[in-house]
Design a protein around this ligand. Structure first.
Ligand SMILES: [Zn+2]
Length: 282
């Protein structure tokens, strides 16, 4: 027993030594394991990371591409565009004109009369408070013209006459949302700049030919031609003739007539020029 014990003791210290050694080895192994584990994790994280980085780069690249396309789309028209306040800030170094409008122009407090003619165009706006309603004189003249046109076989109708500042504001902004500002500026006036706010502009078409209202084709019809030839006798002129966009600021509008009174309308008609040229305010 003693021997055994001695042996056992000896054996025990040997065992203890082995245990300690084994423990140290295990601890070192574990430490190495943990070290590698974390290294591996880091490594994994690093290897995983490039993928999203690539994605991000790709996204950036895509974004750059998109931006470029947008810029390309905007650039050509940008110079000719009169901008909302955001764009105005970006384009302060270009204060000339935009789509015929004078950059940064404020609406006046009084309307402009030139030789007794009330002017409303892209350079001569009206006060926002100017609200005369439809001119009774112009309406009377139109009714006379419509009566006489009927004899010639045309049933004329004035489908848009007086428009308030507020109405024009809504109308113009709807057009801008639909077609963009550059396009809208060619056929619709900005609020304060519409001749319809004078109460003297009549958009004319033929009853039963509604599909030709607001179209160039109306000018090709007998009714359209009759109007161009005869409207001045009632005090109206075709206000935005073909090929005069640079002067009037508007594309050809076969339907838009302006009441000037018979005297002035006849003089303008006979001069063969636009109202702006006639008044010397181009
Ligand atoms: Zn009109």
């Amino acid at each position: 027993m003693k021997r055994t014990t001695t042996f056992g003791n000896k054996n025990n210290s040997k065992k203890k030594y082995i245990w300690i050694s084994a423990s140290v080895v295990v601890i070192i192994a574990a430490a190495i394991g943990v070290f590698y584990y974390f290294n591996q994790s880091n490594f994994n994280l690093q290897t995983v990371e490039p993928a999203p980085v690539e994605d991000v780069n790709e996204q950036n690249a895509n974004q750059e591409d998109t931006t470029k396309i947008e810029e390309d789309n905007i650039k050509p028209t940008d110079e000719a565009k009169t901008p909302n306040t955001e764009d105005q800030q970006a384009e302060t170094e270009q204060p000339i004109t935009n789509n015929g409008y004078i950059e940064g122009q404020q609406l006046p407090t009084e309307p402009t009369f030139v030789e007794g003619v009330l002017l409303a165009n892209k350079k001569y706006p009206l006060p926002s408070t100017f609200a005369p309603g439809e001119s009774e004189e112009a309406r009377k003249a139109f009714e006379q013209m419509a009566t006489d046109a009927k004899v010639s076989g045309f049933d004329l109708v004035a489908f848009s006459t007086y428009r308030s500042f507020e109405y024009q504001d809504t109308l113009y902004n709807n057009y801008v949302s639909r077609d963009g500002q550059d396009n809208a500026d060619r056929y619709s006036a900005r609020p304060g700049y519409s001749e319809h706010q004078t109460g003297l502009a009549f958009d004319i078409g033929e009853k039963g030919e509604e599909d030709l209202w607001l179209t160039e084709e109306f000018g090709e019809t007998e009714a359209g031609k009759w109007l161009v030839e005869n409207a001045h006798k009632y005090g109206f002129i075709l206000r935005y003739p073909q090929g005069k966009e640079a002067i009037t600021g508007y594309m050809y509008e076969s339907w838009h007539f302006r009441y000037l009174g018979v005297d002035v309308a006849t003089k303008v008609k006979e001069s063969g020029v636009t109202l702006e040229e006639y008044l010397g305010v181009e």
